[in-house]
Design a protein around this ligand. Structure first.
Ligand code: ADP
Ligand code: ASP
Ligand code: MG
Length: 814
């Protein structure tokens, strides 16, 4: 004999009920079976809503009733298009009784727990009757037995306790004489010894099935639901969750107790000692393997079996210097809660005994506070204890696994990965059996926490990076294209799942928690919401995704001023914008400190030499203990382009225009030609070498004409280039006369930095620098005479984008 239970979704529509019927038909070919059914999906909630409305004198209860009626009538009509008359009549009678009950509640304004149980019982009574009757009409051997005549409880309404002596006997007696192959019984509902209608608690149909399975000592209990088993974590919150094939009773119990709704927690108890396995199956996908809960070897590879969460938790903290001396303190505290029937979900006590922390259902918080404050009224008055502190909007997350006790460092991993993602932990509890480690966190962090922990313990091989890019001009666009092209490679070779979850230009912005579809991102962006810098920050923050990275591909000061805000949210920052790193030294230091404090990387390789690995090399040298003695460099791709192309046959203006057109200069070319851009770069290298320096400390010998230096608009500036051609030709002629090339050189020497245009002789490594190339020579303690040289293209959208990309991947490899 087998017991099969079908949940609300499984019987939630005519189509699904047909699935259920065919499953029952199939299984009954080899076995006699008992089918336990829940109310039609959502009906229990609607019955309770109608009850509340009626109690509150809200005439809307009539609408809710009509809805309940319509749902059932539609199902009957679809199931039995020709032959539903007698069924309909019976259901009409039940519905009339329901309506009378609701009218009564409306009239007297009262809904006691007892009446509430009577009210919700209609859900299961209706569904079981409809299903059994439909099967009968299709010629199957079936009977419907009201489980209220079998399962007998105390009068603890809404969550009654079962009297197993009477119940087991009732069940055994009844099934001894059943001749039909299939018996349908309603789940969830029962009666007290006084004959009152009771229920077994929300989700209790699972329990009904388990009680019957245990009473009859059947071979197997099957729970048919709307997912393919018990998952590694809540599949609604974590996409990557997957069904667990085998799990122990203890683990299943612990997971369900801590929120895995797929199994009602008391369900395990009756079948546990009898070793009856529970098989969780999917009505919507009957072929799926599902989960077997049993005592068998579960051949665990991971010590963590699953992660669950309970929402709507309130944390009560009772503290006070006088607590140690108060006799029977804990006893009084727990007695108070027990008297009020408040269930304690989690307890932690500081070892100093100065405080105790309890996690309870948020709905019980007010009651708990007033009851506890009353219990300790005297101690509070004497200042020995503070009035209890209540915090709300919290959740518990729990790691569960029988095998965790045999593995070291699980809680360490759990808390450090939560910490890295800026998830604040309010309280921690670890069961002495070490089957469970739980933490209380903010409700708003639950999704991120579950995803982080799931990645840590179940998908440790891939790391998801969530990238938010601001600025999709020349460089940004290339970056998006490179990411699009490399995603597959990164997943397969580096185990990095790189997704762009936010995109913004100066006009519009878009977000997508699942990753923006990159095949048509431009079209999406055009129709995105209006962009603001704050809006983009808020959007990024509120998605609250793990491993979030903000990428600044602008040259905008206002954007750079938001880095601190991002870092404080543990959102990493990758920037090609060099304003922040070359701003005031205090600000640069602050960003570095925030990056450390909030565990959020701050990388800006492209600030110097675009895609060339200059900053990374410098920090590797320093980290390995080397000391920089001097740096000589040509760091401006644009100036190099200009002086490589400028000679006595070209015009200075034309060459600068050309550089701007090719995208080698900043939008305002004065930033390049005045040497400010190069000064910023050498400043960043000096700072990265460990020096405290500001832009004013860098000596800058300008080569521009007087008028060029004074120009106050880009157009004016260009005009001075035309007017002052002779000035520039003179610079060229002087170098040429000495057999030299003009190069714009940055130097860091003895703690002093300078930038200037220099005449470079032919035997110098800078002499042959071509096109827009950059070169950096590091003289260090380990490279005293022959410098370490890095050379290559130092400007251009493609290489700058690849430098940003490299920074992003570095975060992924961390
Ligand atoms: P039924 O109506 O069949 O009893 P429930 O809604 O009570 O179904 O339970 C199934 C639901 O439990 C799933 O749809 C899923 O949203 C939720 N759930 C939460 N945690 C888990 C988990 N670890 N594994 C599977 N489902 C879970
Ligand atoms: N119908 C009841 C509920 O919604 C029992 C169940 O579905 O298990 O809580
Ligand atoms: Mg359920």
């Amino acid at each position: 004999m087998k017991v099969l239970k079908f949940g609300g979704t499984s019987v939630g529509s005519a189509k699904n009920i047909n699935n259920v019927i065919s499953i029952l038909e199939n299984v009954s070919k080899n076995d006699s079976i008992i089918g336990t059914v829940s109310a039609v999906g959502g009906i229990t909630d609607k019955l309770l809503l109608a009850g509340k409305q009626a109690q509150n004198k809200d005439i809307g209860y009539l609408n809710t009733f009509s809805l309940i009626k319509d749902i059932h009538v539609a199902i009957i009509e679809e199931l039995n298009p020709n032959n539903g008359k007698s069924l309909k009549e019976h259901v009409e009678t039940d519905l009339n009784a329901l309506k009378n009950l609701l009218d009564g509640i409306y009239l007297i304004n009262e809904l006691s727990p007892k009446t509430s149980d009577k009210l919700v019982s209609f859900g299961e009574l209706l569904s079981s009757f409809i299903i059994a009757e439909t099967m009968k009409q299709r010629g199957m051997s079936v009977v419907c037995k009201n489980s209220q005549e079998l399962i007998i409880t105390n009068s603890n309404f809404t969550k009654a306790e079962v009297n197993y002596n009477i119940t087991n006997k009732n069940i055994q007696d009844y099934f001894r004489n059943v001749t039909q192959k299939i018996t349908i019984i309603p789940g969830f509902i029962s009666k007290s010894q006084l004959g009152e209608q009771t229920t077994l608690g929300r989700g209790g149909s699972d329990f009904t099935a388990s009680i019957v399975a245990a009473a009859l000592k059947v071979q197997q209990l099957e729970i048919w639901t709307d997912v393919s088993g018990m998952f590694t974590t809540n599949p609604k919150l974590v996409k990557q969750a997957y069904p667990i094939e085998k799990i122990s009773y203890q683990e299943a119990m612990e997971l369900s107790h801590f929120g895995a709704k797929v199994l009602y927690p008391p369900t395990v108890q009756p079948v546990l000692n009898l070793n009856i396995p529970i098989h969780i199956k999917n009505t919507l996908d009957p072929e799926a393997v599902g989960t077997i809960i049993s005592n068998d070897e579960t051949n665990t590879t991971s010590p963590v079996k699953g992660i669950s969460n309970i929402s709507n938790i309130a944390l009560l903290t009772l503290q006070g210097s006088g607590m140690i001396g108060i006799p029977g303190f804990s006893k009084r505290l727990f007695e108070t809660l027990s008297q009020e029937k408040i269930n304690v979900i989690l307890i932690t006590q500081a070892s100093s005994e100065h405080s105790i922390c309890l996690g309870i259902d948020e709905n019980d918080a007010e009651l708990a506070k007033s009851a506890i404050d009353a219990t300790f009224e005297n101690e509070i008055a004497l200042n020995k204890i503070d009035p209890i502190i209540v915090e709300k909007d919290l959740s518990i997350i729990a790691l569960v696994g029988d095998n965790m006790k045999n593995h070291q460092g699980i809680s360490g991993k759990m808390f450090s990965s939560l910490g890295k993602n800026n998830i604040n932990i309010r309280a921690i509890a670890q069961g002495a059996s070490e089957k469970n480690i739980s933490a209380v966190i903010l409700q708003s962090d639950v999704k991120k926490a579950l995803n982080t922990l799931h990645e840590q313990f179940f998908e440790s091989k891939t790391k998801q990076l969530n990238v938010f890019i601001t600025g999709v001009g020349n460089v940004g666009e290339k970056l998006v294209e490179q990411i699009k092209q490399q995603r597959k490679y990164l997943k397969e070779n580096l185990k990095i799942n790189l997704r762009i979850t936010g995109l913004s230009n100066s006009k519009n912005m878009i977000f997508n928690e699942e990753g923006i579809d990159l095949s048509n991102w431009k079209e999406q962006l055009v129709t995105g919401e209006k962009a603001t810098l704050e809006g983009f920050f808020e959007g990024t923050k509120s998605l609250n995704l793990r491993n979030s990275i903000f990428v600044d591909v602008t040259a905008n000061k206002d954007v750079s001023e938001l880095y601190a805000k991002y870092l404080r949210q543990s959102i990493g920052v990758v920037a090609c914008n060099k304003i922040a790193c070359s701003s005031d030294y205090e600000n640069y230091k602050l960003l570095k400190r925030l990056s450390l404090k909030y565990n959020a990387p701050f990388l800006f390789e492209t600030n110097v030499g675009a895609g060339l690995p200059i900053i990374q090399t410098l920090s590797n040298l320093i980290a390995s203990g080397d000391k920089i003695t001097s740096i000589h460099a040509v760091l401006s791709g644009s100036l190099n382009f200009v002086f490589n192309n400028f000679n006595d046959t070209t015009k200075f203006y034309d060459v600068v225009k050309q550089a701007a057109k090719e995208g080698y200069t900043e939008p305002d070319p004065r930033i390049d030609l005045s040497g400010v851009d190069v000064a910023r770069k050498i400043l960043i290298l000096a700072r990265e070498s460990g020096m405290e320096m500001n832009l004013e400390d860098i000596s800058n010998t300008p080569f521009l004409s007087e008028a060029g230096l004074k120009s106050d608009s880009v157009d004016d500036f260009y005009q001075t280039l035309i007017n002052d051609e002779a000035h520039y030709q003179k610079l060229y002629a002087s170098a040429k006369a000495k057999g030299c090339q003009l190069k714009y050189v940055a130097q860091l020497n003895n703690g002093k930095a300078s930038v200037s245009l220099q005449e470079i002789p032919s035997d110098h490594p800078f002499y042959n620098l071509k096109g827009k190339d950059n070169i950096v020579m590091f003289y260090t303690q380990r490279y005293p005479e022959q410098p370490m040289i890095i050379k290559g293209a130092g400007a251009g959208a493609e290489v700058t984008a690849s430098g940003l990309f490299a920074d992003i991947i570095r975060i992924g490899n961390d």
